[in-house]
Design a protein around this ligand. Structure first.
Ligand code: FAD
Length: 345
């Protein structure tokens, strides 16, 4: 029996060893890459370095060749492209089939995608077909001493951080939330190898047709995820009208207004402004939390901000544990006095 176990383990190790390299899927719309893809190249570069393997950017689309140079600038050694009209707009089936084809040909050990609508859809479909594990919504990635990917993500409603491994299957797949990983520095003039692949797929064979693409660029609401200064309000604001005061402060500071889930659930702010586990992950230079208690589900969305200023009348509020500066007191007195002070500068 022991011999059989050893033989099984040996075969497993041999199978795992046939997979080499780190891939980052470059999500793009109309030839413009989603920022999370570049963030993931930064993380992918670190993982590839500790494994001693190459980092490849996988670029699928139509007329997307220019993204190769961008990918090299952000740290990729290689760009694997599939460029054809059938890939012009994202559709689950063609992209899934194409990536599965590339995986069986190149056998990467790790594949990272953004935890965006597109990345979540694609990663799940790919993992199902290639029969491997997928850890969604990771907030941290590392390598253990057996070359396995350690994937950290909030679990049980955000009450614990779980580290998940996929140590018996390859590739190891993760989706990672936008803005969790730092943006790597762009290295001008950095180059790499372009591998142009082909995948035979005719438009007639794709059942889903894209009739029209509606863009919300420049649309109704701003994207708090990319903001450098965020003034957020929680249940302590008491009502919708009081958010005008936070907007005033945000305007003075050149920032935007965010909110806790309680404020969003109460209908005081739209969901697009929600910070936290079920909202946006933000990483601003300054995050001002007003009347927010600091539940773990809120903290996971903002605790990587450079400076956190918390205003809360409860000195025991958990938000103070992550605050750079804490002000204990009534926000209805403190916020107007900060506005006055900023105006007088
Ligand atoms: P409260 O916890 O009620 O805190 C209000 C705070 O305001 C208190 O600390 C109080 O002392 C202070 N306060 C009141 N009046 C004043 C005043 N006049 N001056 C100063 N301070 C005052 N939450 C999120 O935010 N984002 C998420 O994405 C999210 N996802 C979740 C996902 C799951 C699965 C679950 C279970 C929960 C999630 N939550 C999320 C909810 C989270 O657990 C908390 O309930 C929520 O963050 C609390 O919001 P709050 O801090 O505004 O309200």
């Amino acid at each position: 029996v022991e011999e059989e176990v050893d033989e099984g383990e040996k075969q497993l190790r041999e199978m795992l060893a046939r997979y080499r390299g780190v891939w980052v899927f470059i999500e793009q719309y109309d030839g413009e890459a989603a920022k999370v893809s570049w963030e993931l190249l930064g993380t992918g570069a670190e993982l590839a370095k500790s494994l001693g393997v190459e980092l490849s950017a996988v670029i699928i689309g139509h007329k997307v060749e220019h993204l190769c140079d961008e990918a090299f600038g952000y740290g990729a050694h290689k760009a694997i492209t599939l460029d054809a009209p059938v890939f012009a707009n994202y559709r689950t089936k063609p992209y899934t089939d194409a990536i599965c084809h590339l995986i069986s040909k190149h056998r990467p050990e790790i594949i990272l995608m953004g935890a965006t609508g597109q990345g979540r859809d694609l990663a799940g479909a790919v993992a199902t077909i290639v029969k491997t594990g997928l850890t969604a919504d990771c907030t941290g990635l590392g390598i253990d001493d057996k070359r396995n990917l350690m994937q950290t993500r909030p679990a049980f409603g955000g009450n614990i951080m779980a580290t998940i491994m996929c140590d018996r299957f390859r590739p190891q797949m993760s989706t990672v939330r936008p803005h969790v990983m730092p943006m790597p520095e762009f290295q001008v003039g950095r180059t790499g190898e372009v591998v142009r692949e082909q995948y035979d797929l005719r438009e007639e064979d794709v059942l889903v047709k894209v009739i029209e693409v509606l863009s919300d660029k420049g649309g109704k609401d701003i994207d708090i995820a990319g903001a450098e200064i965020i003034v957020s309000g929680g249940r302590g604001l008491m009502n919708k009208e009081n958010f005008a005061m936070l907007q005033e402060l945000a305007d003075e500071l050149g920032g935007v207004v965010g909110a806790s889930r309680s404020a969003v659930d109460a209908g005081w702010m739209p969901h697009s402004r929600q910070v936290g586990q079920t909202g946006k992950t933000v990483r601003p230079k300054i995050y001002v939390a007003c009347g927010i208690s600091g539940a773990i589900q809120h903290l996971v969305g903002m605790q990587d901000s450079d400076v956190v200023i918390a205003i809360n009348r409860d000195p025991e509020a958990p938000i103070f544990q992550v605050a750079t500066y804490g002000i204990v007191g009534d926000l209805f007195q403190i916020v107007p006095s900060i506005i006055r002070k900023v105006r007088s500068l």
